[in-house]
Design a protein around this ligand. Structure first.
Ligand code: SAH
Length: 227
C-alpha cells in the first residue's frame, strides 16, 4: 500500500468510526474498561508535555503548532496557558470537535487557529511543534519524511510521541490481531526509539527530555528534541 492510500484510510477512519471511538476516549463520558485505560494513559502523555512547557516559564505568547491535534486535548490547555496555538488535523471531524470543545467555554479559544490539514501540508515556522500519538499511523519507512517535514517548520523544539517497538508490545499486538474488533480498522505502527532519535539528530536536534507513559493498553514514548 502506498503512502497516499494509507492516508486516505486514516482520514476516512477518523471522519467515521474512528471519530466516534476516539472522541469518546478523549472525552469524559462513560467508556469501557479498555477505553478508560487508554484515556488515562493518553491524559498522562498530555500532562507530561504540559508540565515540561509550563516548567520552562515562557509559554505566554509562544507559537506552538499542534500537528494532528485530534479533539484538542493538548491544544486547548496550551492556549489557556497563554500559548498561540495552531491546531490542525487531517480529519475535519476531529478538528471540528476540537473547535467545539474550545468554544464551549467563552474566551478559551482566543489564541487557537484550527485547520483541517494533512501535517505534510503545514508550512511556516513555529517556536515549538508538537505531534502526539500520530506516528502510530505512519509505517516505519515513512517516519523519516514525516519528521523531516515537521523539522522544517520548527524553530527551536519538536516534541513527538510514538508507540515504542519492543518485544512485549509486538507480542501484545499479535494477540490483538487474532481478535480484530470493528474499531481496529486502521493499522497501528510501532517505531524503534533508536530510529526516531537518529532521524531527529539528522535534522539537527538533540534530545532534551524524555518521558514514557504505559498503562495496560496504552504505550507512548515522548521525546523533546531541541536545537
Ligand atoms: N495529538 C492528539 C490526537 C491523537 S489521535 C492527541 O494526542 O490528543 C491521532 C490523530 O492524528 C487523529 O486525530 C488523526 O486524524 C491525526 N492524523 C493522522 N495522520 C495525520 C496526518 N497525516 N496529518 C494530520 N493529522 C493526522
Amino acid at each position: 500500500m502506498n503512502a497516499a492510500d494509507d492516508k486516505t484510510i486514516v482520514r476516512e477512519y477518523f471522519n467515521s468510526t474512528g471519530f466516534d471511538r476516539w472522541q469518546r476516549i478523549y472525552g469524559d463520558g462513560q467508556v469501557n474498561k479498555v477505553q478508560l485505560d487508554i484515556r488515562t494513559g493518553h491524559q498522562r502523555t498530555v500532562d507530561t508535555v504540559l508540565e515540561w512547557l509550563v516548567a520552562d516559564g515562557n509559554l505566554p505568547g509562544l507559537s506552538v503548532c499542534d500537528a494532528g491535534c485530534g479533539v484538542g486535548s493538548l491544544s486547548i490547555p496550551l492556549a489557556e496557558a497563554g500559548a498561540i496555538v495552531y491546531a490542525s488535523d487531517i480529519s475535519e471531524k476531529m478538528v471540528g470537535e476540537a473547535y467545539e470543545r474550545a468554544n464551549a467555554v467563552p474566551g478559551r479559544a482566543n489564541n487557537i487557529t484550527f485547520t483541517a490539514q494533512d501535517l505534510e501540508a503545514l508550512s511556516g515556522k513555529y517556536h515549538t511543534v508538537i505531534c502526539l500519538d500520530v506516528l502510530i499511523h505512519y509505517p516505519q519507512d515513512q517516519a523519516a519524511a514525516m519528521i523531516s517535514h515537521l523539522s522544517s517548520i520548527t524553530d527551536s523544539r519538536l516534541i513527538i510521541s510514538f508507540a515504542p517497538k519492543t518485544l512485549a508490545l509486538t507480542v501484545l499486538k499479535k494477540i490483538g490481531e487474532f481478535f480484530p474488533g470493528p474499531s481496529k480498522a486502521t493499522r497501528a505502527y510501532q517505531h524503534r526509539e533508536a530510529d526516531i532519535i537518529k532521524i531527529l539528530q539528522s535534522n539537527g536536534f538533540t534530545i532534551q527530555r524524555q518521558g514514557m507513559t504505559s498503562t495496560s493498553f496504552y504505550y507512548s514514548r515522548i521525546l523533546e528534541a531541541v536545537r
